[in-house]
Structures are given as structure tokens and as C-alpha cells.
Design a protein around this ligand. Structure first.
Ligand SMILES: Cc1cc2nc3c(=O)[nH]c(=O)nc-3n(C[C@H](O)[C@H](O)[C@H](O)COP(=O)(O)O)c2cc1C
Length: 324
């Protein structure tokens, strides 16, 4: 297999959205086990921290070469020199691509001119893409939002980044101002795809395979984040539905049989085992609590079970609690 390229990767592209505190190695590997064709990204990682070799961030760059390809490292920052050195380190570690975060709306991130703040600083954004491209031969993509408070700037902004060398885009269909409110608007994303030559992935509010088929339109692919919470199986359904839709017709509908709780249990345990193997039992299980809570949503007796699952310290406790 040759080096990963956004242009040549099999269509339609299906990506797991980068999510801080969620898409660690265990979550990525778990999702890849369910839908191996998924493109996975790390949580956003600071270029300053990578530049200075901060231990925790360097650990977050570790990935399993056999289970996580194509593996994209998402970075953020504002210092072009640090983008350059961080990018070289990422390439040496064997990643398949680098993605630059220009969409995070968190106050702490934006006030220090990272993430979404770059939408208002197109020259700096361009410089960061250029510095990263200069440093590496792997592809450099950008994940951003529709704009700051309007989607009118999306196309000129992305065109500038293409000039600097951006190889692909993932666009979350909300503005910075919207944060996570309202419904994601995909229309400006379709228009962007009509006007630029590089691949475009749409993102925002995909919760079912039907959503993915309805929303993909003229795009190269879709990216799914919160829709996987408690329901990682949706990635399998999305990949299958988009394949079917490509070869048949995009409107074809298909009934999915919901997976029963008993069928889910071995998967849930598998996710726990990955977390324990990769982070140790104490930290691994603490970080699993939020996932466990999502997995049992809607099941009879969930409230009672959740109260116990959010306190688990050991994998064995989960095995006991989920014995159905
Ligand atoms: C908990 C959480 C953490 C996130 N962290 C990141 C991040 O590190 N980098 C990023 O580009 N977007 C991040 N996002 C945004 C998602 O990648 C995605 O754009 C957004 O959730 C919309 O997609 P969805 O409706 O499929 O969830 C995060 C979202 C959530 C909910």
C-alpha cells in the first residue's frame, strides 16, 4: 500500500471526528475494530507541547500501526516554527497525515488565538499551513467551521489555505458563534466543494446511517463525532449504507436491526479491555466511566446500573455488573 493521500483514499471517506477526552487510542482502536475503513484522528494536540516534548502529549501521539491506519494527528497552535518542528516529529513517528484545528470554539483556546480564532486571522492560518507543508511530505488537512459568525467567509478562507498547500478539509457546519447550538448547515459545505479542487468532508449532526446518506451530497465523505457516543456500531452502518448508496442510489433505504444489550456486552468489555491495556486499570477504567454511562442509555434499569458504573475502578466490576 502506498502512502496515504486524501485524493486517492477510497470513497466515500468516513472519519471519526477528533474529540478531546474521547478519541484516545482505545476509542480509535475500538471503532476501527467495528468499521476498519474509518479514518481516525487523535484528539487535538498542542504544537507547543510537541515542540517542547511534553511527556503527556508525546504519549498521546502513540498509535498502533496495525490497527489505526490511516492515522491522522490533529494539532493546534499559533506559532509557525512550532508547527514546523511538531510536524517533523509527527511524520517521523509514522503518522499518515496531519490535520490543523481551526475550529475549536472553547474560550481558553480562542482567547489565546488558537482553534476558531484563526478564522479571523486568515494570513496567520495560511502561514501555519505553509509551515506544516514545508516540514513534511505527508498530507496536511484542515478542520474548521463555517466561519466566525457567518458562512460567507468559508470559501475565501479555504481558498487561501489551498494556496498555502492544504490537501483536504473537514468542515463542521456551524459557525464559531453557534458553538454547538442549532442544526448544522451543510449547504455552505456543498458550495465549498463546488468551488475548490481538494477533497471536502462534511461534519455535524450525523447520528444514523440515514443521516449520512442524506447529507453526503457532492462531498468526498462524512465525519461523525457525538453520534458514536454509546453507539459505536453506527460507524459500521454508515460505511455500509454509503457504499450501498454509491453503487445503487443514494435514496435507497435500509432497515437496521437494533443490536440488543446482550449482544453489546462483549463489545463494551472489549472497549474496557483496550482502555486498561493502553492506560492501566486505574486511569483506563476511570476514563471508561463516561462511555459506560452512554452504552447503557435507554435500557431498563439503566439509572440504577449507571449509578454503579460511574464508580467502577476495576474491569472485573464491569464484568460483574454487565452479567446479563
Ligand atoms: C467532547 C468533544 C470534544 C471535541 N474535541 C475536538 C477536537 O479535539 N478537535 C476538533 O477538531 N474538534 C473537536 N470537537 C468537535 C467534533 O470534532 C465535531 O466537529 C463536532 O462534535 C460536530 O460533529 P458531530 O455532530 O458529529 O458531533 C469535539 C467535540 C466534542 C463533543
Amino acid at each position: 500500500m502506498g502512502p496515504f493521500s486524501w485524493k486517492d483514499a477510497p470513497r466515500p471517506l468516513v472519519a471519526l471526528a477528533p474529540m478531546a477526552g474521547v478519541t484516545d487510542a482505545s476509542y480509535r482502536q475500538f471503532i476501527k475494530g467495528i468499521a476498519p475503513e474509518t479514518i481516525v484522528y487523535t484528539e487535538f494536540l498542542s504544537t507547543d507541547a510537541i515542540h517542547y516534548g511534553a511527556k503527556r502529549t508525546m504519549q498521546m501521539l502513540h498509535f498502533d500501526v496495525d490497527r489505526e491506519r490511516p492515522f491522522i494527528v490533529q494539532i493546534f497552535g499559533k506559532d509557525a516554527d512550532h508547527f514546523l518542528s511538531a510536524a517533523k516529529i509527527i511524520e517521523e513517528l509514522g503518522a499518515d497525515g496531519i490535520d490543523i484545528n481551526m475550529g475549536c470554539p472553547a474560550a481558553k483556546v480562542v482567547s489565546s488565538c488558537h482553534g476558531s480564532a484563526l478564522i479571523q486571522k486568515p494570513e496567520l492560518a495560511q502561514e501555519l499551513v505553509y509551515a506544516t507543508k514545508k516540514a513534511v511530505s505527508i498530507p496536511v488537512s484542515v478542520k474548521t467551521r463555517l466561519g466566525w459568525n457567518t458562512s460567507e467567509t468559508l470559501i475565501p478562507f479555504c481558498k487561501k489555505l489551498v494556496e498555502a498547500g492544504a490537501d483536504a478539509f473537514a468542515i463542521h457546519g456551524r459557525t464559531y458563534h453557534q458553538k454547538f447550538s442549532g442544526a448544522a448547515d451543510w449547504e455552505p459545505i456543498y458550495e465549498l466543494k463546488r468551488q475548490i479542487s481538494v477533497p471536502v468532508i462534511g461534519n455535524g449532526d450525523i447520528h444514523t446511517a440515514e443521516d449520512a446518506v442524506k447529507k453526503i451530497g457532492n462531498l468526498d465523505g462524512v465525519m461523525v463525532g457525538r453520534g458514536t457516543f454509546g453507539n459505536p456500531w453506527v460507524m459500521r452502518e454508515i460505511c455500509d449504507a454509503l457504499q450501498r448508496a454509491t453503487y445503487n442510489e443514494r435514496t435507497s433505504s435500509h432497515e437496521y436491526t437494533a443490536i440488543s444489550f446482550t449482544e453489546k456486552v462483549p463489545f463494551i468489555l472489549q472497549h474496557c479491555e483496550l482502555a486498561v491495556r493502553l492506560k492501566g486499570e486505574g486511569r483506563g477504567m476511570r476514563e471508561m466511566r463516561k462511555h459506560l454511562s452512554s452504552y447503557i442509555k435507554g435500557f431498563p434499569g439503566a439509572a440504577e446500573l449507571r449509578a454503579k458504573l460511574v464508580k467502577v475502578e476495576k474491569l472485573e466490576e464491569v464484568r460483574q455488573l454487565l452479567r446479563v
